[in-house]
Design a protein around this ligand. Structure first.
Ligand SMILES: Nc1ncnc2c1ncn2[C@@H]1O[C@H](COP(=O)(O)OP(=O)(O)OP(=O)(O)O)[C@@H](O)[C@H]1O
Ligand SMILES: [Mg+2]
Length: 332
């Protein structure tokens, strides 16, 4: 990547200290994301997708979370060392996040308008006094945000309560809130999993359009390669706290090299690929307190040899933006 990337994560290792031991949840994540780049993050449940996303915004409670090694930089700011004030200027204004279940992030006792204005006002407070907007300007901004996420009758919606909206409408409100600063990066953690399939497609379309029109970078987290393929140009495949493969979407479908990625692709039904869940690989997810030595995937891998049990494979560059962490990547 040429200029300094928007987001740069290097050798990031994070554990959770628990009653039963220390869980090695992220084990040496190396990932860079450029401005306006669209990246999907896929992998089965518990592989660390949400923990990775929350790490970028330092949203994990510590304890139990503990960073053991590595660095995270966003727009040059050292996230792991930033003070609370610096984090407030990043979290929301520069990096916005939307989550799976919109209902839990809206307060049932306040109107949509009040909640949207609260978020906008919080961003204003981060600005110098002379630059802060008046209430009327903030309200006009709120209405325009609701229009931008294609909610009909935005004026009337300002006075409605969350329970008066459908799930898809609530998720659009949260996207409007996410856009209320001037984010350079949108992190979407399973943003459509809780929605019906048709609504899901509409919300994904909306996110893809907004990201393109506003020139945002996006990190789209999903179980579902189809969801990622519809919104992103590049995908990172995670397995048990590690990145096993990173490639442009088309390359993943045509020339995946990691046996885990191949297993995921084989698990996608030929019809309606977007409904596929990443669960078709035999064996179970490794225990994070005593993870397998060497490559964490080796107990489930059809190609595993002695070296895979002994030595952790590095993410190696195969050209064309394709990286693979597998000792046997050449053979496949
Ligand atoms: N606050 C926490 N305390 C202790 N362990 C945690 C905490 N949050 C996550 N974990 C553990 O970290 C691991 C990764 O969790 P994470 O939520 O990132 O998975 P995920 O890939 O997002 O899964 P899913 O697809 O189900 O959302 C899991 O083993 C989980 O139990
Ligand atoms: Mg998750």
């Amino acid at each position: 990547m040429a200029a300094a990337p928007l987001l740069a994560i290097h050798d990031y290792r994070l554990v959770f200290d628990g009653f039963e031991g220390t869980a090695h949840v992220l084990d040496g994540i190396d990932l860079e994301l450029g401005a306006a780049e669209t990246l999907g993050v896929v992998g089965e449940t518990g592989c660390g997708k949400s923990v990775l996303a929350k790490s970028v915004l330092r949203l994990l409670p510590s304890p139990p979370a503990r960073v053991v090694a590595g660095s995270i930089r966003f727009e040059g700011v050292d996230i792991l060392a930033a003070n609370d004030r610096a984090m407030r200027a990043i979290r929301g204004p520069r990096v916005a996040m939307i989550f799976q279940d919109p209902a839990t992030f809206l307060n049932p006792v306040f109107t949509i308008g009040q909640q949207l204005l609260d978020v906008i006002a919080a961003h204003e407070r981060e600005k110098p006094k002379a630059e802060r907007r008046a209430r009327a300007a903030m309200r006009a901004h709120a209405v325009s945000l609701l229009q931008q996420v294609r909610l009909p009758d935005a004026e009337a919606l300002m006075g409605r309560y969350p329970h008066q909206l459908s799930g898809g409408m609530r998720q659009r409100v949260l996207i409007a809130m996410a856009l209320s600063g001037a984010p350079a990066l949108l992190i979407a953690d399973e943003p459509t999993t809780a929605l019906d399939v048709t609504i899901q497609a509409q919300v994904l379309r909306l996110i893809a359009d907004l990201v393109r029109d506003l020139g945002l970078a996006v990190m789209m987290i999903s179980h579902d390669l189809g969801v990622v393929a519809s919104t992103c140009r590049r995908v990172v495949v995670m397995y048990s706290g590690t990145i096993v493969e990173d490639a442009p979407i088309a390359r993943i479908f045509a020339q995946a090299r990691h046996p885990y990625t191949k297993g995921l692709l084989a698990a996608i039904p030929t019809l309606a690929g977007s409904a596929a869940k990443l669960s078709g690989i035999a064996g179970s997810i490794p225990n994070l307190i005593a993870p397998p030595p060497g490559c964490r995937f080796h107990p489930r891998c059809p190609l595993a040899v002695e070296r895979c049990r002994a030595e952790k494979p590095a993410l190696r560059d195969f050209g064309g933006g394709h990286r693979v962490a597998c000792h046997r990547a050449e053979e496949s």
